[in-house]
Design a protein around this ligand. Structure first.
Ligand SMILES: Nc1ncnc2c1ncn2[C@@H]1O[C@H](COP(=O)(O)OP(=O)(O)OP(=O)(O)O)[C@@H](O)[C@H]1O
Ligand SMILES: [Mg+2]
Length: 327
């Protein structure tokens, strides 16, 4: 079943499926990203956001297999069928990624300026080591690191978490990628540093015309950073739309629950904050039919069958009993 496919754009994911052995982790995922567009990917822990993001770079963990199609504008082959040589040209050049914990992504024994310079030399964005080193200092300045020349000579452990995250962003933007993926880039940072980082991501991607796929649990962050949102649950896309429409008039009960749970001013009739009842089942143990039906306040026996996609690629949902649609 095909859900959402944007015909034009820099990225088109169609019917992505990811399995660990015979356990399905992600299924029927289709979405697209237009040039320069900022898209949020949201959903509770375990909904398949990171696996989906990793598959876009052809970087899946051992024992995990993806099928379907991932097309990047300007790349002749499907990412899922591409060889390591072709993927190496894509990673860090056309598509790059900022992870939640930069310490695991940075090389601990290499000066950060050299790490920024290295990706430019690798993709031949800068012709010589000297030019790359100068461009690295420029980039460290652009991500507003203090004393960029001195910082370039530092090792990752000499920097704070927020500073390391800025170095990661500099590395990710070094080759002006068509798409920057940020997977929970700010959850480990305190709120002030988080706000500065978000501002930088928006400013620097806009300046370069890079599109952004921003993964987070934090709905207010999506509202401030993104133009469009893709909502995942149980390894499936359950709703998609422009951020304003989706957050003010959600159609899928899951999106509705996420919004209610993130609204700190909303309390239930017993004066407690509302949360979505139940927990995300682990290990791919989602029910047959609609994956959300065992937690859904609107579920009926109709939901034992998988709902199809209603609406358009730009604005749609997969639900038999959408919010605001009667029963
Ligand atoms: N290597 C793996 N082998 C088997 N199952 C895996 C593997 N990696 C992830 N999973 C499972 O796939 C599901 C989706 O994982 P994923 O990391 O994509 O979730 P997520 O939406 O990014 O969650 P979080 O918000 O916690 O980062 C989870 O149930 C997870 O346990
Ligand atoms: Mg994740």
């Amino acid at each position: 079943m095909s859900t959402v496919v944007r015909a034009t754009g820099i990225l088109t994911v169609s019917d992505l499926r990811i399995d660990a052995g015979d356990v399905p982790l992600v299924a029927d995922v289709s979405f697209g990203i237009g040039a320069g567009e900022r898209v949020g990917l949201i959903g509770e822990s375990g909904s398949g956001k990171s696996l989906t993001a990793m598959s876009l770079l052809g970087l899946l963990p051992e024992g995990v297999r993806a099928s379907g199609s991932i097309r990047l504008d300007g790349v002749p082959h499907d990412v899922l069928g591409a060889g390591e040589r072709e993927l190496a040209k894509v990673r860090g050049k056309l598509v790059s990624m900022v992870f939640q914990e930069p310490m695991t992504a940075l090389n601990p024994v290499m000066r950060v300026g050299d790490q920024v310079a290295e990706v430019m030399l690798l993709h031949r964005t800068q012709p010589t080591r000297g030019r790359a080193a100068a461009a690295a200092v420029d980039l460290l300045t652009r991500v507003r690191l203090p004393e960029p020349k001195a910082t370039a000579r530092a090792f990752p452990h000499q920097l704070s978490g927020g500073q390391r995250q800025r170095v990661m962003l500099a590395i990710a933007l070094a080759n002006d990628p068509a798409l920057l993926i940020c997977d929970e880039p700010t959850t480990a940072l305190d709120v002030t540093v988080q706000a500065q980082m978000l501002e930088l991501i928006v400013e620097l991607t806009a300046e370069r015309g890079s599109a952004l796929l921003f993964i987070t649990h934090d709905l207010p962050v999506v509202a401030s950073v993104c133009e469009r949102v893709v909502v995942m649950y149980g390894g499936r896309v359950v709703e998609t739309g422009d951020v304003y429409d989706t957050f003010t008039a959600p159609r899928h009960p899951y999106t509705d629950g996420l919004i209610a749970a993130s609204d700190l001013t909303a309390v239930d009739d017993r004066g407690r904050l509302r949360t979505i009842p139940g927990v995300v089942p682990g290990g791919g143990e989602f029910p047959d039919g609609c994956v959300f039906r065992n937690r859904c306040p609107r579920a009926t026996s109709a939901c034992e069958e998988m709902p199809g996609w209603t609406g358009s690629p730009a604005r749609g949902f997969a639900c038999w009993h959408p919010v605001g649609g009667g029963r």
